[in-house]
Design a protein around this ligand. Structure first.
Ligand code: FAD
Ligand code: MLT
Ligand code: ZN
Length: 462
């Protein structure tokens, strides 16, 4: 700590001087997002150790009218986790307690700073599982995943993070600590605080300090298939047949040729197919009894009479399943290695999905991205897709983003999917929601944070 800023000095009294950073070198990692696209200077970075310290930090900031950016693992992809204009960054990663697993109640209470991987391992050690998983699991925190209502690769089976949260403890914008249930999440009925609106609020309503999470009985057997397909329409047909024959899917993920090529190049894996297909769909089935035969039969049924299914691989043992999953999970890193990527996470109704993806190259070209590479991948089962654009000339970024978002809305979808609104999609909130919906969002924000000190510039349009 180097400065004479009185707020920073007070924060140091609360958390200890070593847990307040205000020199550019130490703050840098907290000031730039995962993509490198969003960055700004922080007044200071504060790292409280527990809920009481978070409350004291927030009280000190509220007293001075100082704005706060809550931060977890800083893996968010829409610019909401880093400062924009001299806010205090409150990093919650030290709140990483893992409470005892309630095996009968199938639940666990964990600190907001615990990583997704730590929670998954903790649950697994007690013979249970947590229903959310994503490739950033080693850094993304429980608090961050709740704040964004993260979806991830199991969303088609278990729903997004909201479906896993029973109770929350939060620190409000004035420093008060509140604990409450979420929907019917296990609190006494008539309990005054339902903290459901904090889920997905992207750090704008409260700082999440701990959460009681639902756990589930993990299936004993799994099998994965990667189907090479001619296009997204064929991927959707295959998905439908596989669900009909094999039952509910644990995952159903889409990739395209350009993404597969870059992953193969980046990971050194052998190409999965002799000829790289235009697209591929990865499906996983699981159950208490062996599922491989069921999956093989389902893949056979999907291929029968459908010229759009070009080839298929099935992975049953752990090493084969991991290899197939790597082809999907390594996309984000492989694309980031190729240079600056404009990333748009969008949701489109399944009935409109194939037309939307097929039309994307022309839409991007028409908006100034003539020489762009368009790579789509994501959560096919729920229509939440990641549109990645490489080589967009900087002056055309906004025009290209707007063109893609407009096409999403025209297809009946929403430009903000599982990654949230952040800074990136703020302007699209009123263009994709009714005026009443936006008014309700504003009223909720005013009720939780009347002075507008929590993550200003994120989520809500001006
Ligand atoms: P941060 O990035 O630190 O913050 C994200 C937002 O939450 C910010 O607005 C921040 O202010 C707020 N926030 C963070 N912690 C708190 C807290 N304790 N209280 C209040 N607000 C808080 N996302 C998906 O949904 N699905 C995926 O499949 C997926 N895969 C990814 C794969 C990779 C390789 C990467 C890099 C990212 C991926 N993401 C995915 C995006 C990201 O991991 C998620 O948005 C995740 O939920 C962010 O968690 P975090 O702890 O890193 O939060
Ligand atoms: C994913 O599903 O892998 C992600 O949400 C990350 C991304 O969009 O790159
Ligand atoms: Zn995703």
């Amino acid at each position: 700590m180097t400065t004479a800023d009185p707020l920073v000095a007070r924060l140091a009294e609360v958390v200890g001087p070593t847990q307040v950073l205000d020199d550019p070198g130490s703050c840098a990692a907290f000031e730039t997002d995962w993509t490198g696209r969003w960055q700004g200077r922080a007044r200071a970075v504060v790292r409280p150790a527990d809920t009481a310290e978070v409350a004291a930090v927030v009280t000190a900031c509220a007293d001075q009218g100082a704005a706060i950016v809550p931060q977890g693992g800083n893996t968010g992809l829409v610019g909401g986790s880093v400062p924009r204009d001299g806010e205090v960054v409150v990093s919650l990663t030290r709140l990483d307690d893992l409470g005892p697993v309630g095996v009968d109640a199938r639940e666990v209470t964990v600190g907001a700073g615990a990583t997704l991987a730590a929670v998954q391992e903790h649950a697994a050690a007690a013979g249970l599982a947590y229903g959310v998983d994503l490739a950033a699991r080693d850094s993304a925190t429980i608090g961050g995943t709740i704040a964004t209502d993260a979806g991830g690769i199991r969303v088609v089976r278990y729903g997004a993070t909201r479906a896993q949260v029973r109770r929350l403890e939060v620190v409000l914008a004035d420093g008060r600590i509140v604990e409450g249930g979420v929907g019917d999440g296990g609190g006494p009925s008539g309990e005054p605080a339902d903290l459901g609106s904090v889920i997905g609020s992207e750090g704008t309503l409260a700082l999440i300090t701990s959460a009681r999470l639902r756990l589930l009985q993990p299936p004993r057997h799994r099998a994965v298939a990667l189907l090479a397909v001619s296009d997204v329409a064929a991927a959707l047909r295959a998905q439908e047949v596989i669900v009909r024959v094999a039952g509910p899917l644990e995952a159903s993920e889409l990739v395209q040729a350009e993404g597969l090529r870059r992953v193969v190049q980046g990971t050194g894996q052998r190409p999965p197919f002799a000829v790289t297909p235009p697209a591929a769909v990865l499906v996983e089935v699981a159950g208490a009894d062996p599922v491989a035969d069921r999956l093989v039969a389902a893949v056979g049924a999907a291929a029968e009479g459908d010229p759009g299914v070009l080839d298929a691989l099935v992975g049953v043992d752990a090493a084969d399943r991991t290899r197939l999953w790597q082809l999907r999970e390594a996309h984000t890193e492989a694309l980031a290695a190729a240079g600056p990527v404009v990333k748009l996470d969008v949701v489109v109704p399944l009935a409109a999905l194939a037309g939307f993806v097929d039309g994307l190259p022309a839409i991007v070209r028409g908006a100034g991205g003539e020489s762009c590479e368009v790579v789509v991948f994501g959560h096919l089962g729920v229509g939440d897709l990641h549109v990645n654009l490489l080589g967009v000339p900087t002056p055309w970024v906004t025009a290209v983003e707007d063109a893609v978002c407009a096409a999403v809305v025209a297809a009946g979808g929403r430009p903000d999917g599982e990654h949230g609104v952040g800074v990136q999609k703020r302007a699209w909130v009123p263009r994709s929601r009714s005026a009443d919906e936006v008014a309700a969002m504003r009223a909720t924000a005013r009720a939780f944070d009347p002075a507008g000190l929590l993550n200003p510039g994120v989520r809500l349009p001006d």
